[in-house]
Design a protein around this ligand. Structure first.
Ligand SMILES: [Fe+2]
Ligand SMILES: [Fe+2]
Length: 252
């Protein structure tokens, strides 16, 4: 796999790199549990966000129920402490095809990209959980950091701009995750480093899929809106942040 080829567009897209102080903090072994616990929940949130878009804009009621069922074992684990990596292994794939809503012109595009994305995020969830179990790191439902909230709170509240904004936020979160996995891969142990590198390909594609969808759905050029969100994102990454998490700002 050519990592440089995958990373160049990500580095060109984001306005800043992860601060060295964050990387220094992330490589302290004492911070590995929080990093993995937060990463695990980020994978679930990535799947949930994509699913929300699918349910709201792309599938009918029947499809919506099938999607909820798909996610349930992962949510049962995360919020109700039911199951383990072994029981989730066979739940990563959606067992049926979804039909796009005929009244939404882009419904099949959303389905095609988002179903694959969800499957990959659920597989990542399973992989992170497996690593945690192998290392004896317990799962705890830790609170979310400020990052995603900071982006989502800048989204417009009316349609269709809210959808475009959320897709842009999705692109930024995926791109930042990709950038952080690459930075982390250099400072963690070999096994974990290999795992982080293995995630790059899907996260790099996810960021581009979100951007493509945003432009497809928007009635105007998304660049001005994208620029606005890129600045908010860079501020969240570079400004001081006392709460160390996967997407946190510069540690105090
Ligand atoms: Fe992921
Ligand atoms: Fe992703």
């Amino acid at each position: 796999m050519n990592y440089a080829e995958l990373l160049t567009p990500v580095h060109q897209f984001l306005l800043c790199r992860t601060p060295q102080a964050w990387i220094d903090k992330a490589k302290e072994p004492a911070n590995l549990p929080v990093l993995l616990q937060d990463h695990l929940l980020c994978e679930l949130k990535a799947a949930q966000t994509a699913m929300l878009l699918l349910r709201k804009y792309a599938v009918d009621k029947e499809g919506s129920l099938a999607l909820l069922e798909w996610l349930k074992p992962f949510e049962d684990f995360a919020y109700r402490f039911i199951g383990d990596a072994g029981s989730l292994r066979n739940s990563v794939k959606l067992s049926r095809n979804l039909a796009g809503r005929p009244d939404v012109s882009y419904s099949n595009d959303i389905i095609e990209k988002m179903v694959l994305l969800i499957r990959e995020e659920l597989h990542h969830f399973y992989q992170v959980l497996e690593i945690m179990q192998a290392r004896g790191i317990p799962y705890t439902n830790i609170s979310a950091g400020r990052y995603a909230k900071g982006l989502i709170s800048a989204c417009k509240t009316h349609e269709p701009q809210i959808l475009v904004d959320k897709l842009i936020c999705g692109a930024l979160i995926e791109a930042r995750s990709c950038e952080r996995f690459a930075a982390l891969a250099e400072v963690v142990d070999a096994e974990l480093g290999q795992f982080y590198l293995s995630l790059l390909r899907s996260e790099a594609r996810h960021f581009e899929d979100y951007l493509t969808l945003a432009q497809q759905i928007s009635t105007s050029d998304i660049q001005p809106r994208l620029k606005h969100f890129l600045q908010i994102e860079a501020e969240l990454i570079q400004s001081p942040d006392a709460d160390f998490k996967f997407h946190s700002g510069s540690p105090i």
